[in-house]
Design a protein around this ligand. Structure first.
Ligand SMILES: NC(=O)c1ccc[n+]([C@@H]2O[C@H](COP(=O)([O-])OP(=O)(O)OC[C@H]3O[C@@H](n4cnc5c(N)ncnc54)[C@H](O)[C@@H]3O)[C@@H](O)[C@H]2O)c1
Length: 386
């Protein structure tokens, strides 16, 4: 294990601040790394809560002023775990200060802001990464590798769903997730991960059609209520430039569905299917199999020959959500000296373009070509975080 340290500042102590802290703490235990991440400070707006988080996550310092970490020479990497509407501005400030940036998904809440974030990291020439952590699950990595190796032939159909029950209870009060500029949309919140996988495995998207609904239109705020500004559930049709078809559904209004996502690819001579509730498995239907074996094969996607699996637990022990952050940190540390990480902000912007296209298609009830989004004038960066 290298003793060269990479000083990390985590911006935001909520769910993802916790997940990323776990990743940085656990990765040196699991993987041989060329450089060692050391989280030096965590930030948040509520002093009491961020102090408690720092204690719980084992981080020596905390602050309520995220900008204060940018001047510190002992911070090399700024890891952004705040609401999406704040990402682009924080990323641009961190890049301008010469820091590498890891940003949670979605990169921004509009393509224009996402492009501005890409421009900021490009101009500064800093390593940039976007947190599409599910790519790092061995089963998803294996799915990608099998597609690339031609295991299912030419991809004809891509299908993905993400169902959660986060918004089913009308008594859940208004917070950033319901505010368009801060939270983005359900399309972006849940769909971003799926669309990253679609672009990664199938290739560029030419056009989309979509529908969106907001079932619970008002949420409580102290002393009253506010209109919900985003969709509870959306679905889309996709045409890839390869000619493949795609279908996507994302809903935060699916009762008793906690965080259920599936991805399926049907190729010219095979099928691959992943179900997150059984994340150590990948299903493979091979058109070349004997007819009397007709069906799908359950691959135990934890063999050391599978992507990332050799740095995780022995086969049969299984992994979970946490290990996706271990693999993400390990890959980031391995990318450190080269200064490039995949997926980067440019991929975050490509995904955001599809999210914007789906939102526009649902609003206007028509097919939207991706070029309508990507060739529109780039507006200035969004509101800075407070
Ligand atoms: N990759 C994943 O599996 C995954 C899962 C959940 C959320 N996310 C993403 O992570 C990000 C954070 O989500 P979360 O669930 O951790 O949220 P959260 O509400 O639990 O935490 C948000 C944090 O951001 C801070 N914050 C809020 N507004 C801020 C502002 N204006 N300026 C600076 N800090 C601010 C809060 O103090 C808090 O520390 C979002 O982009 C979300 O889409 C990713």
């Amino acid at each position: 294990m290298s003793t060269r340290e990479i000083g990390v500042a985590i911006i935001g102590y909520g769910g993802m601040g916790r997940a990323h802290s776990f990743g940085y703490a656990a990765t040196p235990v699991m993987a041989a790394l060329p450089v060692r991440p050391v989280v030096r400070v965590i930030t948040g707006r509520d002093a009491e809560k961020v102090a408690a988080a720092a204690r719980a996550y084992g981080i020596p310092e905390w602050t309520t002023d995220w900008r204060s970490v940018l001047d510190r020479p002992d911070i090399d990497l700024v890891d952004i775990c705040t609401p999406p509407g704040t990402h682009a501005a924080i990323a641009a400030s961190a890049a301008a200060a010469g820091k590498a940036v890891m940003c949670e998904k979605p990169l921004a809440t509009s393509y224009a802001e996402a492009r501005a974030a890409v421009a900021a990291v490009d101009e500064a020439g800093v390593l940039n990464a976007i947190g599409f952590n599910y790519r790092r699950l061995p089963a998803i990595g294996l799915m990608k590798r099998m597609v690339d190796d031609g295991a299912i032939g030419d991809v004809r159909l891509w299908r993905a769903t993400w169902l959660s029950d986060e918004f089913t209870d009308p008594s859940v009060p208004f917070d950033w997730r319901f505010e368009r500029w801060q939270g983005g949309t359900t399309i972006a919140d849940l769909g971003a991960h799926l669309l990253d996988m679609a672009l990664w495995m199938v290739g560029p998207i030419a056009e989309v059609a979509a529908q969106s609904s907001t079932f619970i239109r008002q949420r409580s705020v102290p002393g009253g209520s506010r209109n919900v500004e985003i969709d509870d559930a959306s679905a889309g049709l996709i045409t890839f430039t390869s000619g493949a078809q795609g279908r996507i559904e994302m809903a935060r209004s699916a009762v008793r569905r906690p965080c259920d996502f599936t991805v399926e690819l049907n190729g010219s001579h095979g099928t691959l299917f992943f179900d997150y509730a059984r994340l150590n498995e990948l299903w493979f239907g091979d058109g070349a199999d004997r007819m009397d074996l007709y069906g799908m094969r359950r691959i135990r996607a934890e063999h050391p020959t599978h992507p990332h699996a050799s740095q995780l637990w022995p086969i049969g022990q299984g992994i979970g959500y946490g290990e996706s952050f271990v693999d993400q940190v390990a890959d980031l540390m391995h990318a450190w000296d080269a200064g490039r990480f995949d997926p980067d902000f440019a991929q975050g912007a490509r995904v955001q373009a599809v999210c914007d296209a789906l939102e526009l298609a649902a609003r206007d009830r028509r097919w939207v070509r991706l070029t309508e989004i990507t060739e529109a004038a780039v507006a200035p960066i969004g509101r800075p975080a407070d």
